[in-house]
Design a protein around this ligand. Structure first.
Ligand code: RBF
Length: 175
């Protein structure tokens, strides 16, 4: 389904759990930084609006989107977190670099989520042009950083609700 029809940037705020109990990691790629930093602004603003405290938001920067899974893994191993949001922007060029990077990041974050039992959120724009990127970083199609934040809160709350009452003996989800 086209994401233009799934614009969660205009989401129902009353349906989002509180982010107050959660520690959230954010990894931001510096390639196309005017876009990724706009995603970051929208992301942090949304986390704070839903009750996260500034000292519970832990941010690191990586050179490009390809480094997002490794950066996320390092960040998750450095402290106790409830979700990690990865923000990047890979613009299609004349070669197929974008396909390789996007595939690697999607697969990397999926693997991390499944192996660690913690949500790693894919907040990577994959536009054909800078114009399309701008439209999704605070423009006509909202800010996908907002959507990444909402997804992280929802997944952290889901994880927390399903873990309640579970014995900590046995399977360890810590990275
Ligand atoms: N990183 C991005 O985050 N967005 C891009 O649009 C992007 N384009 C790239 C194009 C080429 C041809 C190459 C070689 C790298 C590009 N990268 C991009 C950087 C990539 O994510 C990574 O940082 C580097 O390949 C080093 O591992």
């Amino acid at each position: 389904m086209a994401s233009a029809h799934q614009n969660l940037s205009t989401y129902d705020e009353s349906n989002i759990p509180s982010a107050e109990p959660f520690a959230i990691g954010i990894v931001v790629a510096d390639w196309n930084r005017e876009i990724t930093h706009a995603l970051y602004e929208g992301c942090v603003e949304t986390l704070l609006k839903h009750g996260a405290s500034e000292d519970q938001i832990h941010t690191v920067q990586v050179p490009g989107s390809f480094e997002l899974p490794a950066g996320a893994r390092l960040l998750a191993a450095s402290r106790k977190l409830d979700a990690v949001i990865c923000l990047g922007c890979v613009i299609k060029g004349e070669t197929r670099h974008n396909e390789y990077i996007n595939q690697a990041v999607a697969q990397g974050l999926t693997n991390l989520s499944i192996a660690s039992n913690m949500p790693f959120i894919f907040g990577v724009l994959t536009p054909d042009s800078m114009e399309q990127a701008v439209e999704r970083a605070g423009g006509a199609h909202g800010n996908k950083g907002v959507e990444a934040a909402v997804t992280a809160i929802r997944m952290a709350a889901l994880r927390s609700s399903l873990r309640k009452g579970k014995s900590s003996i046995g399977f360890s989800s810590k990275l």
